[in-house]
Design a protein around this ligand. Structure first.
Ligand SMILES: [Zn+2]
Length: 314
């Protein structure tokens, strides 16, 4: 008799547990596992959405590891994923036109450049032969906001709002996750401020014009070899001008990137007899970086070290 009671109690618990699970399933997005289905257009948005979403959100990155995200092309499966997703997060202003286009057919697509309190800067004057023809030349505003941790905090806050609207039952969890992530970004911002506060030089020569916001935040001057898009070819006059400037200023380092060929940066460094180093625009991680567990923060901290060493900071 006693055994029978225990058994039926256990059966009852099992039923309650099953109901509980079903209840959880209903609070999320439309997927079968009950999680919100999010699509992020490239790495920094992917990492931020994963950080804010935690266990509650499945995030797909549209730009594969090792791929340069400017002008990324989408497979038909990715277009389907965009259409099926609960939320699509991207940066507008012509950074990834294929995503903007496919996003029009998504349930919810959010251009994170249109975030309140995110001050956008105009694109620096182009130095490429493509100037005037390039997709970004006419857009006017620079999309590379993620390279300034203080602007990245605004983006993370917007992602939190979007997920909380999609899944209000879990708004508290998204807020807590977002706070943990933005606290780290605040510490990173403080370290950049102090690390770049007192330097012998303030001019940085970069491959493409990705660091406008970082330069704006920490009072550096960016000279980009190419324009806003890394694949654009610089013109010979621009290279000659930069070579003279590097020599005159005592610039020690030409920065190149991990996802594009360092050929032009190396040629300039040879011509001006200076060294090269990586300054990572975090447009994506390489497969090696993913395997090594690299993140936005770890790459940004390495960027800080590279800047401090190139600029002679105390
Ligand atoms: Zn870029």
């Amino acid at each position: 008799m006693r055994v029978a009671v225990v058994k039926s109690a256990a059966a009852m618990l099992a039923v309650v547990a099953a109901m509980g699970l079903a209840g959880c399933g209903d609070t999320g997005g439309s997927s079968s596992d009950g999680k919100v289905q999010a699509v992020a257009s490239f790495y920094p948005l992917y990492e931020a959405t994963r950080a804010v979403g935690g266990e509650l959100v499945d995030v797909t990155n549209l730009t594969a590891a090792g791929v340069e995200p400017h002008d990324v092309e989408l497979t038909s499966r990715q277009v389907d994923a965009i259409e099926d997703a609960d939320v699509v997060l991207y940066l507008g202003h012509g950074f990834q036109p294929a995503v903007e286009k496919a996003g029009k057919r998504a349930k919810t697509a959010v251009d994170l450049l249109a975030t309140d309190g995110l001050t956008l800067l105009s694109a620096p004057e182009g130095h490429d032969e493509e100037q005037g023809k390039g997709h970004e030349a006419g857009e006017g505003e620079d999309p590379h906001v993620w390279l300034d941790p203080s602007r990245m905090i605004r983006v993370v806050e917007r992602i939190r709002t979007v997920l909380a609207e999609e899944d209000p039952a879990n708004a508290g969890t998204y807020a807590a996750n977002a706070k943990a992530f933005t606290d780290r970004l605040r510490a990173l911002d403080a370290d950049f401020r102090s690390g770049l506060g007192s330097c012998q030089r303030r001019r940085i020569v970069t491959s493409h014009a990705a660091f406008t916001y970082l330069a704006d935040r920490y009072d550096l001057r960016q000279e980009a070899i190419a324009g806003l898009a890394p694949e654009s070819e610089p013109n010979p006059r621009r290279l000659a001008e930069l070579t003279d400037q590097v020599k005159a200023d005592g610039t020690t380092t030409i920065f190149y990137e991990t996802l594009v060929s360092p050929r032009v940066a190396e040629a300039l460094a040879r011509e001006a007899r200076v060294t090269t180093a990586v300054l990572n625009p975090l447009e994506g991680l390489t497969t090696e970086e993913v395997a090594a567990g690299e993140s936005y923060e770890s790459v940004m901290r390495r960027n800080l070290q590279a800047l401090r060493s190139a600029l002679g900071c105390n």
